[in-house]
Design a protein around this ligand. Structure first.
Ligand code: SF4
Length: 312
C-alpha cells in the first residue's frame, strides 16, 4: 500500500495491520516516551534513551522499528549492528543533537587541552566517535562520577543536564552551550503558576530543564525515573510533570485515579510527533527508512556507548 492509502485508514485498522505485519516480519517496536500516545501503544519496549538502548542491545528480532528521533535509531543500530533498524520518519531529528558537530568538538578539545568528553546520547554517531563515554539523563551523574579526576571533562551538548550532573556528582565540568528547546523554555513562572493551580501536587522535572527550574522542583528525574516515581510513590496522588507532553499523556492514561498535570502545556517536541501510525505501517510494510551508520565512525561510537552500558 502507499502512504496515501495508509493515511485514509482509521487508527484501529492501522493498529491491526501493524500487529499482523510485525508478526509476519519478526519486527520489534522500540518507542520513546515522548511519542504520540497512539504510537506508544505499538511498543514492545517503551522508555527513555537508556532503556531503549538496552532493549536494542538485547533484542534478537531481525527488524527494529524505532519510533523516536534519529540519534536514538542510530544508537540502536550501533548496539545491534546485525539487525535492521528502520524509522517511520527519518526526518525526525533532534535540534539539540545538531548543536555539536565532530568538527566543533575537535576544535573545542584542542582549545581545552584535550579533556575527556562525556557525550549525552543526544548526539550523532560521528560526535559519539569523538567522545570517551556516553550518558543518558538516567545515568549522567554516575557516568561523570566514574571519570578519572586528573583530566578535565567536557560535557556535550546539553548545558542543563551537564550542570545538573556537575552539581550532583561534585565534579567540575566544562559545559557545551547546547540545550533542548522543549525543556529550556520552561520557566520559574511556569512553576509558580502550576504550584498555585495544584498546591497539593508534587513537582518532578527533567534534568534538561534550567537549573533555576530544577531548584524549585521536589524531584529531578529522567522520564523513566518519573514513570517509576508516579508508579511507586505511595500516598502521592497528584503530580506536576516537567517534561515533554507525551510522557504526561502516558502517565495520565496509566494512572486515571491520580492527578497528572503538565508543568507547561507548550512542552511539545515537534520532532517526536513526526512519527504517526500511518508512517509506521508504511515503513514496516516496505522496510523503508533504514538507518545506516558509516563504518568510519561506528566502531569508536559503539565503544563510547559500551563504556556507558558497562557501568550498569
Ligand atoms: S525533546 Fe528535546 S532533546 Fe528530546 S528529541 Fe526533542 S529537542 Fe531533542
Amino acid at each position: 500500500m502507499t502512504i496515501e492509502e495508509y493515511l485514509k485508514l482509521p487508527g484501529e485498522e492501522l493498529h491491526r495491520s501493524i500487529d499482523r505485519m510485525k508478526k509476519e516480519r519478526g519486527a520489534v517496536f522500540l518507542v520513546h516516551n515522548y511519542q504520540r500516545l497512539e504510537v506508544q501503544r505499538l511498543a514492545d519496549h517503551i522508555g527513555d534513551s537508556l532503556a531503549l538502548a538496552q532493549a536494542a542491545a538485547r533484542t534478537r528480532s531481525r527488524l527494529i522499528v524505532f519510533c523516536g528521533v534519529h540519534f536514538m535509531a542510530e544508537t540502536a543500530k550501533l548496539l545491534n549492528p546485525d539487525g535492521k533498524v528502520i524509522m517511520p520518519d527519518t526526518g525526525a531529528g533532534c535540534p539539540m543533537a545538531d548543536m555539536v558537530t565532530p568538527e566543533s568538538l575537535r576544535t573545542a578539545k584542542r582549545g581545552y587541552g584535550d579533556p575527556m568528553v562525556a557525550a549525552y546520547v543526544n548526539t550523532s554517531a560521528a560526535v559519539k566517535a569523538e567522545s570517551d563515554i556516553c550518558c543518558t539523563s538516567s545515568n549522567a551523574v554516575r557516568v561523570v562520577g566514574s571519570l578519572p579526576r586528573d583530566r578535565g571533562i567536557l560535557f556535550v551538548p546539553d548545558r542543563n543536564l551537564g550542570s545538573y550532573a556537575a552539581r550532583m556528582s561534585g565534579r567540575d565540568l566544562i559545559l557545551w552551550p547546547g540545550h533542548c528547546f522543549v525543556h529550556d523554555r520552561i520557566t520559574v513562572d511556569d512553576v509558580q503558576k502550576a504550584r498555585e493551580e495544584h498546591p497539593r501536587a508534587r513537582l518532578i522535572v527533567h534534568p534538561e530543564c534550567r537549573p533555576e527550574v530544577a531548584a524549585q522542583a521536589d524531584e529531578v528525574a529522567s522520564t523513566s525515573g518519573m514513570v517509576k516515581a508516579v508508579q511507586e510513590r505511595n500516598g502521592v496522588d497528584e503530580w506536576i510533570i516537567g517534561t515533554e507532553t507525551g510522557l504526561v499523556e502516558q502517565l495520565a492514561a496509566a494512572h486515571p485515579g491520580k492527578g497528572i498535570h503538565p508543568l507547561a502545556e507548550s512542552a511539545v517536541c515537534r520532532n517526536m510527533k513526526l512519527t504517526t501510525l500511518a508512517k509506521a505501517a508504511w515503513a514496516l510494510e516496505h522496510e523503508a527508512g533504514e538507518i545506516i551508520v558509516p563504518q568510519a565512525v561506528a566502531g569508536r561510537a559503539r565503544l563510547a556507548l559500551e563504556r556507558m552500558l558497562a557501568l550498569g
